[in-house]
Write a new protein. Structure first.
Length: 256
């Protein structure tokens, strides 16, 4: 267990501060903490010795994030939620103060335990919504979604979101629904949409018409999703369309 709630002057936990601690199962952080750095609490990665990895890894059972937290950098809690998929998923409670969550911040992957059981990022969002304060999802030094390989099936983007970075929603094998919320004027504040790359073949995107301030549309591969409408109107505010990531996907692959 790691309890830092008594550290009342602490505002930053920097890069790799508590990384590679395989038996860390409870984390309590002080409310004055504003930023969690890259790989600050990342768990050991699987090095090929599966039996040793499975025997020495304990998934987090408690994570109390600060109520004033603003930034979570790449890999901050990477691999901390690896568990048997038969067990109850971890309920991640994100504070309403969060403004930036970088790629792989709460990510993981899938592997197999010593008895053949499936181990993966056994994580869901506690209230099924991203914080209303969130301005940007993704980017940083990670390659994949902040919630890569998690059990999250719905992402609700708040009206105040400004940027969704490349691969911010991929890979998320259970993701079946993306929602763009609107403010009291009927609009989302989203300006930059670099990528939506869902892995589901049975999903929907809701609230596209709320993107009235959108300026940039990058590489968006919608795959074989079902759609909540037959037409997608590009907002008149858009000034750039095209590949802003590392892939060669068309901006509206499979839609047009």
């Amino acid at each position: 267990m790691l309890d830092l709630r008594g550290c009342t002057a602490l505002t930053l936990i920097d890069k790799a501060a508590f990384s590679n601690m395989p038996n860390l199962d409870e984390i309590y952080l002080p409310d004055n903490l504003e930023e969690i750095g890259q790989s600050a609490f990342s768990a050991p990665t699987w090095n090929g010795d599966r039996d040793v990895y499975v025997e020495t890894m304990d998934p987090l059972s408690v994570l109390v994030l600060p109520k004033n937290l603003k930034i979570v950098r790449s890999f901050a809690f990477n691999n901390q939620f690896m568990d048997n998929v038969e067990n109850e998923p971890f309920q991640l409670d994100l504070p309403d103060s969060l403004e930036l969550i970088e790629n792989d911040a709460f990510g993981g992957y899938m592997t197999y335990g010593k008895h053949g059981e499936v181990l993966q990022n056994n994580l869901v969002l506690a209230n099924e919504k991203l914080p209303a304060s969130l301005k940007k999802l993704g980017s940083g030094n990670g390659a994949y979604s902040p919630f890569s390989y998690s059990l999250i099936d719905t992402l609700v983007f708040p009206a105040g979101i400004e940027e969704i970075a490349y691969t911010a929603t991929s890979p998320m094998d259970y993701l079946t629904k993306i929602v763009f919320e609107a403010d009291e004027t009927g609009s989302s504040n989203l300006r930059v949409l670099k990528s939506l790359i869902p892995n589901s073949i049975d999903g929907e995107i809701v609230g596209w018409d709320n993107l009235k301030k959108l300026e940039v549309i990058g590489s968006i591969s919608f795959g074989d999703w079902k759609y909540d409408k037959e037409e997608y109107t590009i907002p008149s505010t858009v000034h750039t369309i095209g590949n802003l990531g590392s892939g060669d996907y068309g901006a509206f692959n499979t839609i047009i």
